[in-house]
Write a new protein. Structure first.
Lengths: 231, 231
DNA sequence: GGATTTAAAATGTGATCACAATTTTGTGAT
DNA sequence: ATCACAAAATTGTGATCACATTTTAAATCC
C-alpha cells in the first residue's frame, strides 16, 4: 500500500474569496476525517496538486499545516502519509480525548445558556434523523458539532484546537465505528449530557461526555474490528 | 507596537544536513518560547527572511507550521503575530496544562524505569545549578526537559505534541515568571515528583505535577506582573 | 492642527523553475 | 524466479517572479 493505491477525495465547496491554500486544506482535512486516504499511503505534492487541479504550492502549505496538526505524518525522509494506527496508540488517543474533553466540558458548563442548549437539542435531533437514515458520515459530522458546540461555549476556550487534533488522528478509523454502531444497543449519552447541563451538574456532564466517547470507540474492543484498524 | 519595534532573535545552531525550513522553524520556535518576539508585533515573511538571511520560502513554511501549533496567530487578513494574552486565557492555558500533564504523567508512570529516573534526577540537579547561577533561560529549558522526560517515557505517548502547543502559547510570558521566582520561597515540587515516582504513587505524582505548574505560573496572581502580561 | 483622500511602497499568494536526493524501473547474473 | 545493481523518473526543497491586496505615506481639505 505504499503507492499506486488510487485515492478518491471529495472536493470541499469552493468558496470564492478564500485562498486556494485554505481550500486545499479544507479538502484534505475532510478527506482525512472521513478516512478517504488509506493510512500508510504515500502522498506526494504533485499527485495531490494534479488531483485537485491546483499548483503544487498551495498543496505544500496545506500538507505542512496538516502535519503540524497530527493529521499527517512526515516520514523519516520527507514523505508524507496518514499515520498508521496501533492498538496501544488508539487506546491512548481515546483516553486523551476523555481527559481533555471532560475538562473542556466542565470549563464550558457555566457559559452554556438557553440559546446554546437549544442549539444542542437541535443538533441531537439531527443526529437521530441521520442515524435513522443510516447516514454514517453525517452522524460523525453532527456528533462532532455537538461536542464542539459545548466546548466552544466558553469564550476563552483554549483546548478546542487540541481536541480537533485528536479527532483528526482518530478520524481515519472512525468509519469502522459507524459501521458497527447499530449492531449494539446504545444508550443516548447526548440526552444524559443535556440533562446534566440543565441541572448544572459538572460531574454528571463529565460522565456523560466520557461515556459518549467510550461508546463511540467501543468497536475497538471487537477483535475483528480491531484487526481492520491495524491492517 | 504594530511595526518597527526592532526584534532580536538568537539563531539556532545550524546543523548541517538539515533543511533550511527546519532550521528557521527551530529558530522561531525558540524565539517565541523565550519571548523574544513581542506579542502583537506584526511579522512579515520578507523581514524574517532578511533577518535570518534565507529566502522567503522556508520562512513561509515555518510560519505556517508555527501557526498550526498555536505559537503564532494569523490575523484576520493574513498578518502573522505572537498572540496577545488575556488574564482569562492565561488561566485557561494553565488549567489545560494541569489537566493534560497530570494525565500524561499518570499514563507514563508505569514506564518510568531506573534509567529514566536517574536522568530525571540529573536534570533536577542541573536545574538547581542554573537557579543558583540565576540563569532563567536555562531554568525554563531544563524544567521543560524534566516534564518532557516524564511524559515521553510512555512508548505510545500521544499527548506530548498537545502539551508542547500549550508551552508555546504560554512561552512568551514565562519570562515574567523567571524574574519573580526567587522572590518567593518555593517548595521543590520536582523532589515531590521524584518521590512519587519511586513509590509508584500515581496520585502523588499528579499532585506534584499540578503543584509544580501552579507554582511556575503563580506570578500571574501578582497584580503588577499580571499587568505586564497584558500590556 | 486634525481628519480624509490619494499615491506609493510593501506584502501574501500562487506559479514556475532548477537541482540534489530519493524512489522506481529496467537489466543482467545467479 | 530471485536478487543485485545501474539508469531513469520522480520527488521535496528552495529560489525567483508576477500580481492583486493591503498597508503606509504623503497630500489635501476642513
Amino acid at each position: 500500500m505504499d503507492k499506486h493505491t488510487p485515492i478518491t477525495i471529495t472536493l470541499a465547496q469552493r468558496d470564492e474569496a478564500v485562498t486556494i491554500t485554505r481550500w486545499v486544506y479544507d479538502t484534505l482535512h475532510n478527506a482525512v476525517l472521513l478516512g478517504q486516504i488509506p493510512p500508510g499511503r504515500a502522498l506526494t505534492i504533485r499527485e495531490l496538486a494534479g488531483l485537485l487541479e491546483v499548483s503544487p504550492m498551495p498543496v505544500r502549505e496545506a500538507l505542512r499545516q496538516l502535519s503540524a496538526e497530527g493529521a499527517l505524518e512526515i516520514q523519516g525522509n520527507r514523505r508524507v502519509m496518514v499515520p498508521r494506527m496501533t492498538a496501544m496508540k488508539f487506546n491512548e488517543l481515546v483516553e486523551a480525548r476523555i481527559t481533555l474533553e471532560s475538562h473542556a466540558a466542565e470549563r464550558a458548563l457555566p457559559y452554556i445558556d438557553k440559546d446554546c442548549l437549544q442549539r444542542l437539542t437541535a443538533i441531537d435531533a439531527e443526529i437521530d434523523e441521520a442515524e435513522a437514515n443510516s447516514d454514517p458520515e453525517n452522524v460523525t459530522r453532527l456528533n462532532q458539532a455537538f461536542h464542539r458546540t459545548i466546548y466552544t461555549a466558553h469564550p476563552h476556550q483554549v483546548t478546542q484546537p487540541l481536541i480537533e487534533s485528536l479527532w483528526l488522528q482518530l478520524g481515519p478509523f472512525m468509519r469502522l465505528s459507524a459501521e458497527s454502531l447499530d449492531e449494539y444497543y446504545q444508550i443516548d449519552r447526548h440526552q444524559e449530557a443535556l440533562a446534566a447541563i440543565e441541572k448544572h451538574d459538572p460531574l454528571a456532564l463529565q460522565m456523560a461526555i466520557a461515556a459518549d466517547i467510550r461508546d463511540g470507540c467501543a468497536f475497538a474492543k471487537i477483535p475483528s474490528k480491531l484487526q481492520q484498524l491495524l491492517n
